[in-house]
Ligand binder design. Structure first.
Ligand SMILES: Cc1cc2nc3c(=O)[nH]c(=O)nc-3n(C[C@H](O)[C@H](O)[C@H](O)COP(=O)(O)OP(=O)(O)OC[C@H]3O[C@@H](n4cnc5c(N)ncnc54)[C@H](O)[C@@H]3O)c2cc1C
Length: 380
């Protein structure tokens, strides 16, 4: 049974999320972007408003939303600012491995700590020499009686160095490539984990992106997630969800950009009439609205498939790629509609364009997503 109508409950949650973005994010988004500053207050505000750990079940202290509803909220938060959305998105990225592979005891312990107060989580997979090809992870985890000892450097980690919990991917058997990858829970109090270089970025500048250094980091064996060698599978299941989140964030950015373009086109007068009176501008706006509609349907289908326990890897790749490419097209065209003013920092649209770009790169680049799609087509 297919319905294109949100339920009353979903509409109510969407409204709350939109109002939250309108009140708590939009007024300060430009300031945090300009100063490339982490909004210290934000996680407490989001916690109070019920905007954290959206799809973590209520029994573990989360909001207990289904994944589709969480994505609808995600679109609204990214409509507010994709940098702020990244802070909350990294929390989901960091805790999805725990949801996917945690024992009851691990979930109770760690979600109990994370969901009872404002908190941050991070997922650390990427390394300086290891991006798209996770098989090459160099961070090692060596068994030493009741512990594992982790050593290595992770880079580009969202919420890195400041997270209360970091899920770290390390190799317990480098000779086995991806089959030697394992996943560990590393809480902030561990003296072996620390933040390194903080990155300076093109966009999503309210979010902190940092190196994470693991130096003789002792992790009790009870904090291994799943079994040794199952880390790659945990990462892939986590990334399927993350890709749909990237997709809904992209739609949020594009929608914000289109709204700005419509307003501007109605008010900007050239040759004695509003630029919106020109068919060339109208067609650009029309194409943008059509693109956004198609993209929204795509992320919603992928998220819905997740709620139905259907395999959704390919649909997640479609959604991530289409929605992020769409957001790049739309935000670039919106800058064009604004003309020279679009290029200036006084208006929000150059920020939308900068923020949109990352969605084509992270959580598996759009080239890697096309490899996923081609494999499905070719039956590999
Ligand atoms: C702001 C930001 C935040 C991030 N947050 C996190 C985080 O929280 N946790 C985390 O673990 N990682 C994070 N990342 C890392 C991110 O997921 C990686 O940057 C991404 O997966 C790409 O890896 P790479 O940068 O090493 O690019 P590379 O893998 O070096 O790729 C470079 C280029 O080559 C292309 N390419 C590579 N292999 C192929 C191939 N086989 N066929 C065709 N093209 C190919 C890629 O598509 C890309 O265009 C973040 C990155 C950024 C920029």
């Amino acid at each position: 049974m297919i319905s294109f109508e949100l339920s009353d409950e979903q509409k109510a949650i969407q409204k709350v999320a939109r109002e939250f973005a309108e009140k708590e994010i939009r007024p300060v988004a430009a300031e945090y972007d300009e100063e490339e500053k982490y909004p210290e207050h934000f996680i407490a505000t989001a916690f109070k408003a019920g905007m954290t750990y959206l799809y973590v079940p209520e029994e573990y202290g989360g909001q207990g939303m289904d994944f589709l509803t969480a994505c609808i909220v995600g679109e609204e938060i990214a409509w507010g600012c994709c940098g702020f959305a990244t802070i909350l998105g990294a929390n989901n990225l960091g805790t999805t491995p725990l949801l996917v592979a945690g024992t009851e005891e691990q979930k109770k312990k760690y979600f109990g700590e994370l969901t009872s107060r404002p908190s941050l989580a991070a997922m650390a997979l990427t390394e300086p020499d290891v991006g798209s090809d996770a098989a090459g992870v160099k961070t090692t985890a060596v068994r030493d009686s009741g512990d594992y000892v982790l050593n290595g450097t992770k880079c580009f980690i969202s919420n890195g160095g400041m997270a209360d919990l970091t899920t770290v991917f390390a190799s317990t058997d480098p000779s086995r490539g991806v089959r030697g990858l394992s996943c560990f829970l590393v809480p902030a109090g561990n003296p072996g984990i620390s933040g390194g270089k903080k990155e300076r970025k093109m966009g999503v500048r309210a979010s902190t992106t940092c190196e994470v250094i693991l130096s003789e980091c002792r992790v009790p064996a009870s904090d291994l997630l799943g079994e040794e060698g199952k880390g790659f599978k945990i990462a892939m299941i986590t990334l399927d969800k993350a890709r749909v989140s990237v997709a809904c964030n992209s739609v949020g950015i594009a929608r914000a950009a289109l709204e700005a373009a419509v307003d501007y086109a109605k008010g900007r007068v050239q040759f004695g009439k509003a630029i919106a009176e020109n068919q060339a501008i109208q067609f650009m706006l029309a194409d943008m609205s059509m693109d956004i509609e198609a993209a929204r349907l795509m992320y919603m289908k992928a998220a819905w498939m997740e709620t139905q326990d259907m395999p959704f890897t390919n649909q997640a790749a479609f959604a991530k790629t289409f929605c992020s490419d769409m957001a790049m097209r739309v935000t670039t065209d919106v800058v064009q509609v604004f003309g020279g003013y679009g290029y200036m920092r006084d208006y929000p649209v150059e920020k939308y364009m900068r923020d949109a770009k990352i969605n084509q790169i992270w959580d598996g680049t759009n080239q890697i997503q096309r490899i996923v799609m081609a494999r499905a087509l070719l039956g590999r």
